[in-house]
Design a protein around this ligand. Structure first.
Ligand code: FES
Length: 260
């Protein structure tokens, strides 16, 4: 398992963001290592006899002064639902840090970070950590409807905020690739980053490839162990079949064998 650690963290806050998303702040027992956008943790679901596998969640924020790591839990099934029921003072077991992070942009580059669903958290983390002035960073957040979006206004200090919704209730109507940032502007970026449902990431990858822009995506393949043992997260790549949990989850689209 390399330098990965298994520890009991204490829940310091569980904040409901909307009907399906919760923000958990978790205090580590020991000083946290540097964790970068795109890396993830595997969280144990306690007090249940029916859920055995840990659940992977991208890291959303790091507070090294307080030794707190935060994740956004999107309810996708029984395991994630159970995790949204924890209260301050509870302990939960994490394996961390896991996976390969996004490549940081170079000085003066312009980037577009595209997040959908549970892929929003690492995109916000990346915008905050990019080291770029806010005018060089565009965040594009897609969801089905306004009610599925969470409040991200605090991130306007790290980049411009842009939205799409499938029903047109917030931002541009349609998918992220229907937004003017894609239709009018894509060649202006040095890098495009994406995390979210596979269909969304493939659409982003297709447009980035057409525009000749460097693009990294964070895959959400099914995972169990999180450290390269169970082989349930395999992805075919130009370097052969790779474990997304150890060789990813972040890949350059040129490494993937996606038909796009
Ligand atoms: S989750 Fe087990 S090998 Fe990747």
């Amino acid at each position: 398992m390399g330098n990965k650690t298994v520890s009991d963290f204490i829940v310091t806050e569980n904040i409901k963001l909307n009907d399906t998303n919760y923000l958990l702040r978790l205090k580590a027992p020991d000083p946290l290592p540097i964790i970068r956008p795109g890396q993830f943790v595997n969280i144990e679901v306690k007090n249940t006899s029916e859920i055995f596998l840990r659940r992977p969640f991208s890291v959303f924020e790091m507070d090294y002064d307080k030794n707190i790591l935060s994740v956004i839990i999107k309810i996708l099934g029984r395991g994630s639902k159970k995790l949204t029921e924890v209260i301050a003072g509870d302990t939960i077991s994490l394996i961390y840090p896991l996976g390969r992070h996004f490549t940081y942009p170079g000085k003066g580059e312009r980037i577009l970070a595209v997040g959908g669903g549970s892929g929003l958290a690492p995109m916000l983390f990346l915008a905050k950590e990019s080291g770029l002035p806010a005018e060089n960073v565009d965040l594009l957040i897609g969801a089905r409807s306004a009610s599925d979006h969470i409040d991200v206004n605090a991130y306007s200090q790290y980049g411009s905020l842009n939205f799409t919704s499938e029903d047109g209730t917030l931002g541009t109507k349609g998918f992220v690739t229907h937004h003017p940032l894609f239709t009018d502007n894509l060649k202006n970026y040095d890098k495009v980053y994406a995390c979210g449902p596979e269909g969304m990431m493939k659409a982003v990858a297709r447009e980035a490839r057409k525009a000749g822009v460097n693009c990294e995506v964070s895959l959400e393949n099914l995972m169990a162990c999180g450290f390269g043992v169970c082989l349930c997260c395999i992805e075919p790549t130009v370097k052969g079949n790779l474990c997304v949990c150890t060789e990813g989850p972040v890949f350059n689209i040129n490494e993937l064998k996606w038909q796009i």
